[in-house]
Design a protein around this ligand. Structure first.
Ligand SMILES: NC(=O)c1ccc[n+]([C@@H]2O[C@H](COP(=O)([O-])OP(=O)(O)OC[C@H]3O[C@@H](n4cnc5c(N)ncnc54)[C@H](O)[C@@H]3O)[C@@H](O)[C@H]2O)c1
Length: 281
């Protein structure tokens, strides 16, 4: 729900006003909130999603609030659809200056020994190859305009830590982080930066079913040092920072936004009741 006023004067700290920003998977969850917050910062936003109705709702919400957004129905695993989407962005908003590769297939595919390779390939096609194709197509516009640009890939804590029985998901997100670093090196000569942001546990439509079970919601909450499940806005804020000129010297990096949960391993390893005085362990 967009409640903040749209920035009109271009003086905010992030300096994203007027920028042409493309967000994939922006019909829901983290992508939708990122599109909304970019619009609040005064950016012109292309809301891309394979679910055209969801994209249209987000774009309409932004336009109703006085922002500027267009909705495009496109599947990032279909190269021709992304080429057509890029043409529409150029025509309606101008050359892309910020690309947020957020669309992903999230789902469990069972143990690796029996994983269905059609599902496996589909996971990689969306989460990894889709991000590459979007980078190819939209950086062409950045390079032609000659003003540099920036890409933020939405990876995952599961790219840092293996998610058992998660099929291609962890592999795709780990690959996305390497793609991020390679793009950062290869695009540097065009003054295009590329970073990734890795969400931890975030409440979105993709994960809503898990949080509807109180035992899971409360169990996860207790494991997270920040004391709560993440919200889409927590991620949108960091994604926007990484996309902004405020992060001009951030390049090829991953920012893990998880309330500190990946640091919490030693807190759950069984240990003696009373610490040993000499070592504190
Ligand atoms: N929610 C979490 O806890 C969490 C944790 C780690 C990483 N992530 C990552 O954050 C990103 C957003 O996840 P979310 O939780 O907001 O999910 P979500 O399901 O709420 O939103 C994802 C959107 O992407 C769209 N989409 C899926 N496949 C697409 C495709 N091939 N082409 C175009 N659009 C497509 C969907 O239609 C949907 O609107 C994903 O990259 C996900 O892997 C989420």
């Amino acid at each position: 729900m967009l409640t903040q006023a749209i920035e009109k004067d271009g003086t905010s700290w992030l300096g994203l006003a007027g920028r042409v920003c493309v967000v994939t998977g922006a019909g829901s969850g983290i992508g939708a909130e990122t599109a909304r917050q970019l619009a609040v910062a005064g950016a012109r936003v292309a809301v891309i999603d394979r679910n055209g109705d969801a994209a249209a709702l987000v774009a309409a919400e932004i336009n109703r609030a006085g922002g500027r957004a267009i909705a495009i129905e496109a599947d990032v695993s279909q190269s021709q659809a992304i080429v057509a989407a890029a043409e529409q962005v150029q025509k309606d908003l101008g050359a892309c200056e910020v690309l947020i590769n957020n669309a992903a297939l999230v789902g469990y595919a069972g143990p690796l020994l029996t994983v269905d390779t059609v599902q496996w390939n589909q996971g990689l096609a969306v989460n990894l190859t889709g991000a590459l194709v979007c980078a190819q197509v939209f950086t062409a516009q950045m390079i032609a305009a000659g003003n540099g640009g920036t890409i933020v890939n939405v990876a995952s804590i599961c790219g840092h830590l293996p998610l058992p029985h998660g099929g291609a998901y962890s592999v795709s997100k780990s690959g996305l982080m390497m793609l991020t670093r390679m793009l950062a090196l290869e695009l540097a000569e065009h003054r295009i930066r590329c970073n990734s942001v890795s969400p931890g546990y975030v409440r979105t439509p993709a994960t809503a079913a898990a949080y509807s079970e109180a035992v899971i919601a409360e169990g996860r909450r207790r494991m997270i040092p920040s004391g709560r499940i993440g919200e889409p806005e927590d991620l949108a804020n960091v994604i926007m920072f990484a996309a902004s000129d405020r992060a001009a010297y951030l390049n090829g990096e991953d920012i893990l936004v998880d309330g500190g949960v990946h640091h919490a391993l030693l807190a759950i390893i069984p240990k003696q009741a009373s610490p040993m005085p000499s070592t504190g362990r």
